[in-house]
Write a protein of this length. Structure first.
Length: 189
């Protein structure tokens, strides 16, 4: 009888150990799959967020961005809206030639307006930046640097080259948001 009880205990212990190992392996696999999925989705933005927050908190932040983005109801712009915005962009570019600070400010405000009309929140730059990183991970750095130059330009003189680059950076995101250009090509820049 004792031999049967010992055998049962050994079998149960072996099953528990095997199940524990399986659970650990499944958890590791899922963590790797989640990491691979986030890296694929966010590209360089994944690396930037992980460097800022650390792996665990960074991946938590990226998952929160995905969740928040899924809650938004974005809409495509109509042809008339795209045409109106394209004309407004041409105006901002013309203004930039004559008055770079004003042209850059106009471009920054125009990108914000397109985002608002598409359905992105307009309260805070940081929130828009995070949500843009979900849809346009390859363009978010352009958006970030262009906005930084535009805001700094209101408080101090920026170099003409910094302003020019900010206009180019704004244009990448503007084209993608408008949907009129080849967004996939733009995303690879």
């Amino acid at each position: 009888m004792v031999d049967g009880t010992v055998l049962t205990i050994v079998i149960v212990a072996a099953v528990v150990i095997v199940l524990g190992i399986v659970l650990i392996l499944v958890a590791r696999y899922r963590a790797r799959a989640t990491t691979a999925s986030l890296k694929s989705r966010f590209g360089e933005e994944y690396d930037r967020v992980i460097a800022e927050y650390g792996k665990r908190d960074g991946e938590k932040e990226l998952r929160a961005r995905l969740k928040r983005r899924q809650e938004l109801e974005l809409r495509d712009l109509g042809a008339d809206e795209r045409d109106r915005y394209a004309r407004a962009w041409e105006s901002a570019q013309s203004t930039f030639v004559e008055n770079p600070p004003t042209g850059l400010r106009d471009a920054d405000l125009l990108v914000q307006q397109v985002m608002r009309d598409r359905g992105y929140p307009s309260e805070r730059f940081e929130e828009r930046e995070k949500l843009i990183s979900v849809d346009y991970p390859d363009l978010v750095e352009h958006f970030r640097s262009a906005h930084t130059v535009a805001v700094a330009d209101e408080q101090a003189d920026q170099s003409l080259e910094d302003r020019r680059q900010a206009m180019v950076d704004h244009r990448y995101l503007f084209d993608a948001l408008l949907g009129g250009g080849d967004a996939q090509r733009t995303r690879r820049l």
